[in-house]
Structure formats: C-alpha cells, structure tokens
Design a protein around this ligand. Structure first.
Ligand code: NAD
Length: 484
C-alpha cells in the first residue's frame, strides 16, 4: 500500500489549470508525500447539464480522501446553475470558513504593513439557508436562522484554531444590539466558551464598527469569529486592505471533509497567458498541509514562498517598478519558490507551525439539557391593504377574534407598533403582524391557535403565516415589538 496521503484535486477553469500545475510542482519538489485523485469540476460539468458543477462520482472521491484542493471555476452566466462552493459546503457540512489575511509589506502593497489576522466565518447558517418567501404584494422575507449547536461549533473552532496557531485574541462580531435573540445567542455562546480559554484574550464588537476598524486599523485584530453574512463581507474587506486578494488562500472545514482554495476567481481575462499568480492556491495548499498533519512541509513551502517575494520575484499582478527584481510568469515563479525550498525570509517574520500537534482539530459540543417549551401565544401575519393609515380599522376588526381567551395584544407593521395607540405618521406596508395572547399570559394549545385562525378567516382576513410565541424554562423566546 502506498504511504502517500491521497487528496482530491480539481484543476478548475480559466487560470485554474495553470496555477494548480505550479502549486503541485512546488508540493512535489518540497517532497510532500501526496497522491492525487483528479476530478473534473466547473464549466465543463455545468455544460453537461449537471447543475451542481460536480459529478456524483466526484462526491465519492471527497468522501474517500476527505481533503479537496480546488482551483477556481467559472460559474456560467444565467439561471439554473448552483454555486459549486455552496453545494460542497452544504453537502459535506463544511461549517468553518477560515481566511488568513497577512500583509507582506513592502513586497505586496498595503497601507497596513503589520496586519496578520484570520477571519473564521460560520459557513452554513444565517441568511444563507436560502429560505425566502414573497408573502404579500409588497413584502418579501428571507429567513435568518441561527442555531445553538451551529454557533457553539464555530466559536469552539475559533478558540481551538487560536490555541493551535499561537494566536492571542479572538474577537466576536455580531449585531446583537438589534437582533437580540439570533445574534444575541451567538454573542452569549461566545462569552460562555471564551471562559474555557483563559489564556486567550477575547472581546466583542458590533459588526458595523468592527468592519470599520478592519478597514481602518486591521492590525489590531488577531482572530475574528462571526456569522455567515458578516463574515462574507468582512473577509473581503480584510483581504482587500491587506493586499491579499490575489495571494490569499482559504479553507472550508467540516467535521470530516475540508476544502482548500485561493480566494480569487478563474480570471478568464488572463487565462492561458501563463502570467497568473499561483500564490493564492499555494497558500490554500499550505493550509491543507497543516490540516493533514504535515506542518513541517507547510512551513518549508511558506518560508520559501516568502523568500521569493522578498527577493523581488513577482508575477505581474504584484510587480512594483523599483522594488521587484524580476517579472515572472506562473511557472517561473513556481520555479523560484522551488529553488528557495529550505530558505527562510530575512526581512519578514518566518512562518512557524507547531510540529508536535499534528492531530486534526476535534470540536466537541456540550450535551444539551432539554428545556421546558411552552406555547403562550401566537403572532398571526395578515395581508391587508385597505386603508393602511387607519390602523384602528384592522385593530378593531381583529379584536373580535377571541379563541379560548386569546386576545389581540398589539399590531405592528415592519416591527413598529401601530395598534393600539399607533402614530399616524408611521409608514405602513400591506404586511401586519398581529400578536395574540391570553390576559394572564397562560399556556395555550395548538387547537386554540387553529380556532383563532378560523375566526380570523371568518372576519375576512388573509392570514399569510403564524409564528408561535414560546417560553423555554420560562424565558421568553421571542422579541418584543418596538413600543410593546
Ligand atoms: P477574479 O478573481 O477571477 O478576477 C478579478 C481580477 O483579478 C481580474 O482582473 C483577474 O485577472 C485578476 N486575478 C485574479 N486572480 C489572479 C491571479 N491569480 N493572478 C493574477 N491576476 C489575478 O474575479 P471575476 O473576474 O469577478 O470572476 C471570474 C470568474 O471566477 C467568475 O465566473 C466567477 O464566478 C468565478 N469565481 C470563482 C471563485 C471560486 O471558484 N472560488 C471565486 C470567485 C469568482
């Protein structure tokens, strides 16, 4: 049996094959004991009519090797094609997106030469669940789902990553001043888990000021952990300001499978010209080597690569007149890295990985304690577009609905209370949230909800959805309306 570690490799589209060839040449020259299961992904597969961009047998390859080194692909224009990255992420539960953003100044231009941060983004939940509905003529809804195990998993991953990589601080970013339940859960979990890592500093920033700080002073951050959408945006901001858009690698990590790639796309504008920078994919491959327990190999390649940058051998995208010594093509650049294997950078701080700790990170969740869930009311959403200024009309009519003591407590429009005692100035749409509870806030049954809906229908209203109001061990599981 071969002692080589098998990995799945895809050459991708555009510049993909050129940068993959360069990257694999470097891995081989460094002596990485790898063998490749090459699969086809991207444009050719999409054009065969496979909407995910990846054939079923390729999924089997990933299931076997559990490690995927992937070149960028071209997503065909037009509808019907699914993002290959999203498919892979969701199919294999790749819950963590890890994107290091380090400055390599002055060899790569940046205003922030001291930056060295890592963004760890939750990859499966949040607004990316893709659950959307048009509910009325005027209103569309996108569901934002945040789960407790999903939050716990990514936050534990961030702290374990910090520990394994000698990082000193983890910053959590949310918008929990507004989304007190969903983002609040993420922040609360962060505070709880941070206590288990006293050796690592921690803090929290609201995402808006957090993003501004990443754009303005990225060097103050070490590891950032955040929700899916915020992470998507902030990781591009960070890559841009550190100058790592063309150089950065990224990892998508799950409990079993992990995928490594460059952060840039297939660059069709320079495809086939032999001038693409292979550094992004190479940096993805370096992360892969650490992941599969080859930190020495990762360190050797990372330091040779940095030395190549220091020696001024640059591809066209980072070439600087007066500083670069040679404008290299893709293969020439790879050859320069190969010639420097065994050397370290002199002006920049060399990379050092923990060579003792070669085990993959295992994230264990705490067992959940079952809580008592009680139904104490219901929000009924109604499509109504008669007189949107006269809230009392809808309010007084709905007051007639009264199933087993359930009473109308209030009506809001886009979250603002308009009944009772609304302000005529409030702008309203045709989407009304009507909250029903009993006077004593007692427990109700599903039958009561069904009876209420029947009554509401009988009053001539079009109800479009319900959201149940629960308590968990007596703690309110829903937000209060503005003005409630
Ligand atoms: P891009 O990242 O491919 O290119 C943006 C610009 O950066 C171009 O001018 C390109 O020449 C340059 N560039 C990118 N990588 C480079 C490299 N390694 N060396 C030198 N220059 C480089 O983004 P785009 O043009 O918006 O997208 C092109 C295609 O890539 C699209 O089909 C898009 O869907 C796809 N894409 C794929 C991935 C992926 O597979 N992970 C990611 C992003 C975009």
């Amino acid at each position: 049996m071969s002692s080589k570690r098998k990995i799945t490799v895809a050459y991708g589209d555009g510049i993909g094959p050129e940068i993959m060839k360069a990257t694999l040449n470097i891995l081989e020259a460094a002596g990485a004991q790898l063998e490749y299961d090459v699969i086809e992904i991207g444009e050719q597969v999409y054009l065969k009519g496979i909407s995910s961009g990846m054939e079923p047998k390729s999924f089997d390859s990933l299931r076997e090797t559990k490690v995927f080194l992937k070149s960028p692909i071209t997503t065909p224009q037009g509808g019907g094609f699914k993002s290959l990255n999203v498919t892979t992420r969701k199919s294999f539960g790749l819950f963590a997106n890890v994107r290091p953003c380090r400055a390599f100044s002055p060899f790569v231009r940046t205003h922030f030469p001291k930056t060295d941060l890592v963004i760890i983004r939750e990859n499966e939940e949040d607004l990316y669940a893709g659950i959307e509905h048009r509910q009325t003529q005027e209103v569309y809804q996108t569901l934002k789902l945040i789960s407790e195990p999903g939050s716990e998993k990514i936050i534990r991953y961030a702290f374990e990553y910090a520990k394994k990589n000698g990082r000193k601080k983890v910053t959590c970013m949310t918008k929990d001043n507004i989304m007190k339940l969903g983002d609040g859960l993420f922040h609360k979990k962060f505070d709880e888990i941070a206590k288990e890592y006293p050796e690592i500093k921690n803090d929290h920033k609201i995402i808006d000021i957090g993003t501004a700080l990443v754009a303005d002073s990225p060097e103050i951050f070490d590891v950032i952990v955040t929700l899916n959408l915020y992470g998507d945006i902030i990781s591009d901001v960070a890559a841009q300001v550190t100058g790592s858009v063309g150089l950065g690698g990224s990892a998508n990590v799950g409990e079993e499978v992990a995928m490594f790639e460059a952060i840039h796309g297939s660059a069709p504008d320079i495809s086939g010209m032999g001038i693409a920078n292979p550094s992004g994919l190479l940096n993805g491959a370096i992360m892969m080597l650490v992941h599969i327990g080859m930190p020495e190999m990762a360190e050797k390649i990372a330091n040779a690569w940095m030395r190549t940058l220091e020696d001024g051998i640059h591809t066209g995208d980072i070439y600087q007149e007066g500083l670069s010594t040679k404008k290299a093509g893709t293969q020439e650049f790879a050859q320069a890295v190969i010639e420097r294997l065994g050397q370290k950078p002199i002006k920049m701080i060399p990379v050092e990985y923990d060579k003792e700790d070669t085990e993959p990170m295992v994230i264990k969740l705490k067992p959940q304690i079952k809580q008592k869930k009680e139904l104490i009311g219901v929000d009924v959403f109604i499509d109504w577009d008669e007189d949107k200024r006269d809230f009392n009309v809808i309010g007084e009519r709905l007051r007639k609905a009264n199933a087993n003591g359930l009473q109308l407590q209030l009506i809001t429009n886009r979250g603002v209370k308009v009944f009772p005692e609304g302000m005529r100035e409030t702008f309203c749409t045709d989407h009304w949230r009507c909250r029903f509870k009993t006077a004593d806030q007692g427990v109700i049954t599903h039958d009561t909800v069904l009876e209420l809906l029947k009554q509401i229908q009988g009053l001539g209203f079009d109800f479009i959805k319900t959201e149940h109001l629960y308590t968990f061990d007596g703690v309110r599981g829903y937000s209060l309306a503005q003005g409630e």
